[in-house]
Design a protein around this ligand. Sequence first.
Ligand SMILES: Cc1cc2nc3c(=O)[nH]c(=O)nc-3n(C[C@H](O)[C@H](O)[C@H](O)COP(=O)(O)OP(=O)(O)OC[C@H]3O[C@@H](n4cnc5c(N)ncnc54)[C@H](O)[C@@H]3O)c2cc1C
Length: 372
Amino acid sequence: MRCITRPGFQSSIRPRTLTSNQYLILRRDFAIKQHTTSNVHNAPIKAKRSSIRGFATGLFFFGTGWFLNSHFNILSFSSPESLNDLTFTPFALTNKETVSSTSAIFTLSQSHIPFGTFDQWWKKGVWSIDIKQPQLQIARAYTPLPPLDASDSDVLRLLVRKERRGEVSGYLHRRPQGADVEIRGPAIEYELPENVDQIVFLAGGTGVAPAIQVAYALGDKVRISVLWANRSREDCVGGQSDDPYTPGWYASLKDFFANTPQPRDASGSDKSLIVKQLDSLKQANKALTVDYFVDEENTYIQPQIVRKAVAQTSNEPASVSKGKKIILVSGPEGFINHWAGPKQWLNGREVQGPLGGALSHMDLKDWQVVKL
Ligand SMILES: Cc1cc2nc3c(=O)[nH]c(=O)nc-3n(C[C@H](O)[C@H](O)[C@H](O)COP(=O)(O)OP(=O)(O)OC[C@H]3O[C@@H](n4cnc5c(N)ncnc54)[C@H](O)[C@@H]3O)c2cc1C
C-alpha cells in the first residue's frame, strides 16, 4: 500500500536539529508574523476582552429574547414550546377517561396554546400528532378526536388502545394525571377532496378515530356510512346499528351452541364515550349511519355488507351525486390488509400500494379506496 503524507502533516515531521539555512528561514517566518501581528504581547489580553464583550452581548440578546418570548410570546416562531412538526413540546395530561379495559381517552392541553390552533386542522380531513416515549426516544402517531363542544376545541383528546407490550401506548396509559407528555405535529394523513359526496368508512378498533374526524369535518354535507368492527362489546357499549345485520343461519346456530353474548341495550349513561360522540355526530348529520360489528358476538363486516353500504349511498340520481365516492379503510395493519391489501414503502415513504384484499374482488365502479 502506498503511504501518502497529507500536506497538513508535513510540519510535524520537521527534523529536530536544524541546519543554519533552515534556522534562518524559521527566524524570517517569525519576523514576518511579528510584523503582520501588531503588538503581539497584548493580543491575548485584547482577545480575552473582546470575547468577554461578545459573551456579554450574546447574553444580553438571549436574555432579552427569552424575556419577551416568555412574557409576551412575541417570538412565537422560535419558542421551544409552540407545537410544531419538528420538535417535541410538552403538553399536560389533564384527563383520562376509561373507555374499556384496554382503551382510554386522554386529554392533553397546554395553558398558553394560541386560541383556535386546531381549527384549520378539523376541516382538512384525517390528521395525527406524534407522542414521544422519552426513555426509549421513540414516537408513535395518534389521531385526535374532534371537540365535543366549543369549550374543548384547544385540547387534544386521543383514543388510545393499550397494546400488549406496546412501548408508547403502555407509557401513555401509565402516565399519571397532571404529568407532561411530549408531542410533535400535527401531520395530515389524508386531505379530503373538495367535491366528495359519499363515504363508506371501514374502521377496525381505534381506527374509528379517523372516521369521527371525517364525519366532523364534512358536517351534514355528505352521506357517510361507518362500519365499525371491534373485538369485544366493551369497546362500543351501547352502540346500536342503524342497519342491524342479520347473521346467516350458520352464525345463528353457532351463537346458539356457543352461548354468544348478545348486544346489550344501554341507557345514555352506560354508553361508551365513543358511541356517544358518534350519536351526537348523527344528530348533526342525518345522512350519517353507523353499524357496529363485534367479534365476540359473531358479527363481522362482510363483503355483502360493504356492497350494500356502497349501493345505499349510490342510490342518488346521477344529477344529484356528482362528487367523489370514497371508501376509507382504517385500523390495525391486519384489518387494512384484509380489506384493501398492504400499504407499501417507496423511497422511505409509506404509499398506498395497489388495491388488494376483499375490496379488490368487488365491483366498486367509480369508488376510490384509500388506506389510512
Ligand atoms: C397515522 C396513525 C394514527 C394512529 N392513531 C391511533 C389512535 O388514535 N389510537 C391508537 O390507539 N393507535 C393509533 N395508531 C397506532 C399507534 O401509532 C401505535 O402503533 C400503537 O399505539 C402501538 O404502539 P406501541 O409503541 O404501544 O406498540 P409497539 O411497541 O410498537 O408494539 C406494537 C405491537 O408489537 C408487539 N411487540 C412489540 N415488541 C414485541 C416483541 N419483542 N415481540 C413480540 N411482539 C412485540 C406489541 O405487543 C404490540 O402489539 C395510529 C397509527 C398511525 C400510523
